[in-house]
Write a protein that binds this ligand. Structure first.
Ligand SMILES: [Cu+2]
Length: 250
């Protein structure tokens, strides 16, 4: 009896598996990776996606095959044969998810811990959020910018404040987000590892201008970053010379 089912079931599984993993791998689901943290998160995301794809393939194949192979004739009003379950099978299908969830939980704790490990040398940027804009202060060089400039390969610590409602500091390419909460200073560590320009996006619904609450994040080579910082400092000095109260520079 078993052998009669194995071949068609395997064929259905092959077709569903090809479609499922085609959808998983051929569509670029994730944004670019631009930080060390994004790599860690993505390894975990891919593990979960592949495991989910495999389970989806097996379960869907059994459902599709059972619906086709064991369908009742249109005039068949009888009950099916009584089933008493299968203890061994039930233990197996309980144990596998328990093991998988334990692996995912443990792995997640490791990723969160490693992402939160501060290095000795880091650039500190003060992120200020309000309806509906961002501003970035650089206490070490005494400048302020509407774009978030960061050097590639250096750990950056952002200290985040909101001056009105809850906002969310989110860079999809980092796979990281942190809320900006009025009255509280939150912080986030990241290590950019790819030169490029992306967006800091507010991801807490904060009012009617929420969808426009974006700023550029510019990841630069250390040389370009130093050049930007020097130029910004020079601008601040020039502004201070002309009007002592102004410190803004872009
Ligand atoms: Cu916002």
């Amino acid at each position: 009896m078993k052998n009669r089912h194995i071949l068609p079931l395997a064929a259905i599984m092959l077709v569903i598996g090809i479609i499922t993993f085609g959808v998983i791998f051929l569509i670029p689901w994730l944004p670019a990776q631009a930080s060390v943290e994004a790599q860690r998160s993505d390894q975990l995301i891919w593990f979960m996606t592949i495991v989910s794809g495999a389970i989806f393939t097996v379960v869907t194949s059994f459902v599709v095959y059972a619906a086709w192979a064991f369908r009742a004739a249109p005039d068949d009003e009888s009950d099916g044969p009584p089933l008493h379950g299968n203890t061994r099978l039930e233990i197996v299908w309980t144990a596998i998810p328990v093991i998988l969830v334990a692996i995912i939980a443990g792995w997640s704790v490791i990723v969160v811990n490693r992402n939160g490990q501060a290095q000795k040398v880091q650039d500190v940027v003060h992120v200020k959020a309000w309806q509906y804009a961002w501003e970035f202060d650089y206490p070490s060089i005494g400048v302020s910018s509407g774009d978030l400039h960061v050097p590639v390969g250096t750990q950056v610590k952002v200290r985040i404040n909101s001056f009105d409602v809850v906002h969310g500091f989110w860079v999809p390419q980092f796979r990281l987000q942190m809320d900006a909460v009025p009255g509280v200073t939150t912080s986030l560590l990241f290590t950019p590892n790819k030169v490029g320009t992306w967006s800091v996006i507010c991801n807490e619904l904060c009012g009617e201008g929420h969808s426009q609450m974006r700023a550029r994040i510019i990841i630069q080579t250390p040389q370009d970053y130093a050049a930007w910082a020097a130029k910004a400092q020079a601008t601040v000095q020039a502004l201070k010379a002309s009007s002592p109260s102004s410190t803004a520079a872009h």
